[in-house]
Design a protein around this ligand. Sequence first.
Ligand code: FES
Length: 260
Amino acid sequence: MKFNGSVKIIERKQLQQDVFQIKVERPSMIEEILPGQFFNIVASNTGYPLLRRPISVSGYSADIIEFTVKVLGTGTQALSEYEVGETIVLMGPLGNGFEQKVEKRVLLVGGGIGIAPIKGLLEQLAPQAVSSDVILGFRDEPYLVEMFSAHASSLTLVSEYDASYRLGYVTQPFIEHIEANAYDMIYACGPEAMLKTLAGICNSRKLPIQLLMEEKMACGIGACLVCTCKVKQGDFGFKHVRMCKEGPMFYGSEVIFDAD
Ligand code: FES
């Protein structure tokens, strides 16, 4: 059931200069949350900025919901200024989230702040008998490494600039992983260019990949149509769907990226 109301912030952690994590009390009326779902959060109690921000769940338990947020503009800046003990207004869980089937071996790929929902997924897979290889791409210094190390079967950290990690983008280690292993499912979240590349690689090899699309949203409930993307329909057609409602998870085989 969807919740729309105030919750109390019970923990706040700075992970990097522009990345922070908050934990809020989980309202008892929320029966189920799926990894990859998001909440639309009122950015500030002052009323500005007006629009809510869609923030993916990066973890949850029976008592808490956790969000990991990167400051990208006024909304996320305002969100970063909430303190422990304050209340925050949010609505959710929204969207479809990742689809979990019966899987034995999976590959998880996160790029930038796209690692947040991947963290939530890995934590849910951890108690199951699933072997999870993880590739994470960062611009510079990685964060949340301890958690990923604790739960992943293997962890590959890729940095664009920091030579203490594998230099470059996630694409090369991704190809190495799929050539060396048979995965039942691949899950990815990150910048659109990354998702487009991974989907292209998987589609050409007929590998299943679930993409969690990050897109500008407003209402979060399918009413305003600012978040549409194109997906295939039949053999040759396409249709527009709302990322907040029909997504944000789509299979790589169905999404039509711009300039495709
Ligand atoms: Fe309004 Fe998706 S954000 S329709």
